[in-house]
Every structure is written in C-alpha cells, then in structure tokens.
Design a protein around this ligand. Structure first.
Ligand SMILES: [Zn+2]
Length: 75
C-alpha cells in the first residue's frame, strides 16, 4: 500500500481522499467511498465550501489522529 502523494482531509473523525481539483475547488470523497457517498469540497484556502452529507458508517477518530501524526512528521 503506497499512499505517498495522496492528499487526505480529516474532518469530524472522517477521512477523505482527494478526488479532483477544478477551478480552485478541491473535491474530496469519503475514504470509504465504495460504500459511502459522503463528499465535501474545499476552496483554495482550505475553507469548507460544502459540508459533507451523512456517512453510512461511524467516524474513526483513531485513524484521523494517526494521519495527523504522519502529517506533522513532515514538518
Ligand atoms: Zn463515509
């Protein structure tokens, strides 16, 4: 599993993977997108443009903490 270079977004205990960027808007989809349709979009300054709809599964805060730890190691 190689996820290097794949941007991820952590929001409310859910992880999102980058789908695409168009006209400065980044579109994210739930990491569990095969069974969950929750999506979110962010502007260039990372502000939320569209709040996510409900997930079909519970959040996983532990994974988000791990992802944050990885991100801070790069600094
Ligand atoms: Zn989801």
């Amino acid at each position: 599993m190689n996820e290097k270079g794949k941007r991820k977004l952590a929001l409310n205990g859910f992880m999102y993977v980058r789908d695409k960027t168009k006209n400065g808007v980044t579109y994210w989809r739930c990491e569990d997108y095969l069974k969950c349709k929750s999506r979110v979009s962010t502007a260039e300054d990372d502000s939320l443009m569209r709040a996510p709809c409900e997930h079909s599964h519970p959040p996983n805060p532990a994974r988000v903490i791990v992802a944050r730890a990885k991100a801070s190691m790069r600094d």
